[in-house]
Design a protein around this ligand. Structure first.
Ligand code: MRU
Length: 350
C-alpha cells in the first residue's frame, strides 16, 4: 500500500487522518493519550484492528509522558491510561484486547525491572501487536480468496482495508487477494452516515486498480436482483461466541437482502475481534454517535434544526445469516459455537 495508516517513526506515533480522505493525505503526530483518545473517538483512526494498534501506541506515549518515578507508579499509570483510552469507543473489542495485552505485560514485570526497561517493554508490545496484525491480514486474505473464485461481482460495506488495519485489511484483503486471480467488480456501499465506503474503500480500491462501483447503501437490493454479485464480504467489530457479528450499521440489512437473493454472506475478522465472554450478539455494546453526523452532510444541515435522531454506529448480523467467517486460522463454518471454540483451541496450541 502506498500509505501507512499507523506509523511508529522517530519515537513518535503518526496516524493518517482518515477524516480528511480522500481529499487530503495528512499525517497527524500523536503526542499523548488525550490526542490518541480524540483521534479514535473522531474516527481519524478507525476500523477495529487499527483502533487496537493505535490504542497500544497511545498507551505507551501517555505513560512515557507522565514519567513515573518507580515501577509501582509505572504500573499504576499504565492501568490508569489504559482505562482512559478504553472509553474512546465501545464496540470494537480489539481496543480492549490490545490494551489488556499491554496492561498484562506491565503487570507481569518483576520487581527489579527499571522504569526505562518497563517503558521499552510496553513499546515492544505495541510494536508486536502492530506486526502481528500485518501478518494476520495476509493470512485472512489467503484463506478467504478462494471463496470469491468465479464471482463476477462482490459487494462490501464500510471500509475493511489497509486503512482499518495494520496490514492489507480483513474483508478487503480477501477481495484484493482474490482479484489477483479472478476479474470481478466490487460494489462498495457508500456507508452512511460517515461514508467510509465512498471516502475510504473506493480510494483504496482505486489505488489497487480493482474495478469498483460505488453504490448508496439502499441500492444493494437492486444490485442483487439484477444478479450483479455472487458474494458479499464484510468485516466485524466484535463477534460473540455464537457467531453473531457486530459491524458498521447497515451490515445486518445487507445480510438479510443476501439471504433473500441467495447470495452467500461472509464475514472476515481476526481472532482478536472475537469476544468469547459474550454468548450472543445481544450482549455486544453498540455505540451511538452524535445527531450531527446524521443531520449534516459535508458541513451543511440536511434536516430541520432540532430534529431528533437515532444514531447507532453498528448493528449485529445474526450468525444464521453468515455463510462463513474468515480468520487467520481458516474459514469457520456453522455451527459457529463449535467452530469458534475449536479455532481458539487450535490457536492456543500453536
Ligand atoms: O466506525 P468505524 O469506521 O470504525 O467502523 C468500522 C467497521 O465497521 C469495519 O467494518 C470493522 O471495524 C472491520 S475493519 C477491518
Amino acid at each position: 500500500m502506498p500509505f501507512k495508516t499507523i506509523e511508529w517513526k522517530n519515537n513518535t506515533v503518526r496516524l493518517l487522518d482518515q477524516t480528511l480522505l480522500p481529499n487530503e493525505v495528512k499525517y497527524l503526530p500523536i503526542a499523548d493519550e488525550k490526542a490518541m483518545w480524540e483521534a479514535i473517538r473522531m474516527l481519524r483512526v478507525r476500523g477495529a484492528p487499527a483502533i487496537g494498534v493505535a490504542a497500544a501506541y497511545g498507551l505507551y506515549v501517555g505513560v512515557a509522558r507522565t514519567k513515573p518515578k518507580n515501577l509501582k507508579a509505572f504500573k499504576r499509570t499504565v492501568e490508569k491510561v489504559a482505562a482512559y483510552l478504553a472509553t474512546s469507543r465501545p464496540t470494537a473489542v480489539n481496543l480492549f484486547w490490545a490494551l489488556k495485552r499491554c496492561v498484562n505485560v506491565a503487570s507481569l514485570m518483576c520487581e527489579d525491572t527499571t522504569v526505562s526497561a518497563a517503558h521499552a517493554e510496553l513499546l515492544a508490545e505495541a510494536k508486536r501487536i502492530h506486526a502481528e496484525d500485518f501478518q494476520t491480514c495476509e493470512l485472512i486474505g489467503a484463506h478467504g480468496a478462494p471463496l470469491l473464485t468465479g464471482c463476477n461481482g462482490v459487494i462490501t460495506h464500510c471500509n475493511t482495508g489497509a486503512l482499518a488495519t495494520a496490514g492489507m485489511g480483513t474483508a478487503l484483503a480477501v477481495i484484493l487477494k482474490a482479484a489477483e486471480k479472478t476479474c470481478f467488480t466490487v460494489f462498495a456501499d457508500e456507508t452512511r452516515p460517515l461514508l467510509q465506503g465512498a471516502r475510504l474503500t473506493a480510494w483504496e480500491l482505486q489505488q489497487a486498480g480493482v474495478e469498483t462501483r460505488l453504490i448508496c447503501d439502499n441500492m444493494a437490493g437492486s444490485v442483487m436482483k439484477r444478479g450483479m454479485v455472487q458474494a458479499a464480504i464484510v468485516g466485524a467489530d466484535r463477534i460473540a461466541a455464537n457467531g453473531d457479528a457486530a459491524n458498521k450499521v447497515g451490515t445486518m440489512p445487507l445480510a438479510i437482502v443476501c439471504q433473500f437473493y441467495k447470495v452467500p454472506f461472509y464475514v472476515a475478522a481476526p481472532l482478536s475481534t472475537f469476544d468469547l465472554k459474550l454468548k450472543s450478539g445481544d450482549e455486544i455494546p453498540i455505540e451511538e454517535r452524535s445527531a450531527e453526523e446524521i443531520t449534516t452532510f459535508g458541513g451543511r444541515s440536511v434536516a430541520p434544526r432540532g430534529t431528533q435522531v437515532f444514531a447507532p454506529a453498528f448493528d449485529v448480523t445474526p450468525a444464521k445469516l453468515i455463510a462463513g467467517i474468515v480468520t487467520e486460522v481458516g474459514v469457520l463454518r456453522p455451527p459457529y459455537k463449535r467452530s469458534i471454540a475449536a479455532a481458539f483451541h487450535r490457536k492456543g496450541r500453536s
